[in-house]
Design a protein around this ligand. Structure first.
Ligand SMILES: Nc1ncnc2c1ncn2[C@@H]1O[C@H](COP(=O)(O)OP(=O)(O)OP(=O)(O)O)[C@@H](O)[C@H]1O
Ligand SMILES: [Mg+2]
Length: 451
């Protein structure tokens, strides 16, 4: 036992001496070393270092075909596997300069990236390489971002410790613009508008405008408004915040919710005519709002129970995001455009008014391609003339075209649709007739009263 202890002590002292020499030699070498080192730790003053995660993504994505140790993950089921480099040391090359990255983990489990390069390349690395890596990493992060669908919790629950303002689920909706049935020209217009917005960083900076864009989607039920929102999110890789206005009490709660949304997201208010009483009781709300803007703060207790106002909502949106360079898309949907207050949806507020209408023949052809894989069919002609005279929502057409069982083939589905169209056409004609009858009956009555 004594011997054991003696050996242990001897070993420890040798190791200490060795490490002393090691330190000394490190310093000695470093003094003469032509290499420069930069550290990027995971946390900086207890705050998460975003450069760290960008670097991690960048290095993870680098040349995975040459790496020997890989890590595989699938963050979105709709996307493929993501392979990442899983090595402690990675060499990179930038404008002919060799650069080495190393990852170190300290005793607390915090990690640090160590960047080493020759001192003659100092300018290239500090001026452009680091920026390049961080930007590249961020753009890869954005591409692989897991999209989320957020819904606001009722404000009465915010106080309880567990409930946060927003709760979310992973967003995996298959909708895309290709399968969306609508006028191709209009679709193209919307697509290019969205793409221009998401690429417009420098442009918005130049013209000094906040990076937000508003879309008002209107049309009857089942014409693809919600589907289009999902397609927008998929196109741009944005998360969706589905804002339920009826769950909040006043404008200050609204402000809290909106400031808690993340960059690159779509804020959606569905059926805006239903969630906000935009027609009735406006006087009180408006005076509340004007007072709020005048004083810049909330009034007394009674006002706290006041409602959310649509103009309040729009003004907050203008105000908050003018202050930070973040990207937001705001989408309102409604079934009744006429019900909305024109001042609130005037252009400039909602940048684009998009009408989703009853199914046209063009839209039908897209649906036929989606559901039946058909480009043309002898029955199309008949459908074309019927669809022109009938109001039918794309959702109803889609329902008819969907295979309910294996026996029904394309012919059967199309015939099914024709039947439905004919039935609908008759009902709609009857309604028109009834309307006419009622009108002439009234005229007749008025006529009779004269005599
Ligand atoms: N234009 C369209 N293109 C392709 N599919 C559509 C279209 N419109 C509707 N559909 C189909 O019908 C279903 C319902 O459509 P959606 O929920 O988008 O309608 P909506 O306009 O949001 O209706 P509501 O006004 O009732 O909310 C969708 O799941 C989709 O499959
Ligand atoms: Mg909808």
């Amino acid at each position: 036992n004594h011997l054991n202890i003696a050996i242990k002590e001897f070993l420890i002292s040798t190791i200490q001496q060795l490490s002393f020499f090691q330190k000394f030699s490190d310093r000695f070498i470093n003094f003469f070393s032509p290499y420069v080192e930069i550290n990027f730790s995971q946390y900086e003053d207890y705050q998460f270092n975003h450069a760290f995660s960008a670097i991690e993504t960048y290095l993870g994505a680098k040349e995975t075909d040459k790496a020997k140790h890989l890590r595989a993950s699938q963050v979105r089921e709709s996307k493929g596997l993501v392979l990442k480099r899983d090595e402690a040391k990675v060499r990179d090359e930038y404008e002919g300069v060799n650069i080495w990255w190393e990852i170190e983990t300290d005793s607390n489990g915090y990690r640090t990236f160590k960047l080493t390069f020759h001192r003659r390349s100092r300018d290239i690395v500090t001026d452009s390489y680091i920026q390049y890596v961080v930007e590249e990493g961020k753009s890869i992060e954005a591409k692989n971002k897991k999209m989320k669908l957020f819904t606001n919790n009722p404000s009465s629950q915010w106080e309880s410790s567990k409930a946060s303002l927003w709760r979310y689920i992973d967003f995996e909706h298959p909708a895309n613009f290709e399968t969306l049935a609508m006028d191709p020209k209009k679709k193209e217009e919307i697509l290019s508008d969205l793409v221009a917005f998401s690429n417009g960083k420098d442009y918005y900076k130049k013209i000094g405008k906040a990076r937000k864009r508003g879309y008002l989607l209107y049309g009857p039920p089942g014409t693809g408004k919600s589907t289009m929102i999902a397609a927008m999110a998929n196109l741009l890789n944005y998360s969706i915040y589905d804002l339920e206005l009826t769950a909040i009490q006043n404008n200050s709660e609204l402000r809290k919710l909106l400031t808690a949304t993340s960059n690159k997201s779509i804020i959606v208010i569905e059926d805006i005519d239903c969630s906000l009483d935009v027609t009735g009781n406006r006087k009180k709300k408006e005076s509340y709002w004007t007072r709020l803007t005048k004083d810049g703060q909330q009034g007394d207790e009674e006002d706290k129970s006041s409602f959310v106002t649509l103009s309040g909502l729009l003004n907050f949106i203008d105000g908050i995001w003018s202050a930070c360079g973040q990207e937001r898309i705001i989408v309102f949907t409604t079934n009744h455009l006429a019900k909305l207050d024109p001042a609130l949806i005037r252009r400039g507020r909602m940048d684009m008014h998009i009408e989703l209408s009853y199914c046209t023949f063009e839209a039908f052809k897209i649906l036929a391609k989606n559901y039946l894989d058909l480009d043309s069919h002898p029955l199309f002609e008949k459908i074309e003339s019927l669809i022109k005279e009938t109001k039918i929502a794309p959702a109803d057409v889609a329902e008819k075209l969907m295979k309910k069982n294996r026996e029904i083939d394309a012919d059967g589905s199309l015939k099914d649709l024709i039947q439905a169209l004919e039935r609908r056409k008759k009902i709609q004609r009857d309604q028109v007739d009834e309307h006419k009858d009622r009108k002439s009956y009234k005229q007749l009555k008025a006529f009779r009263m004269l005599f």
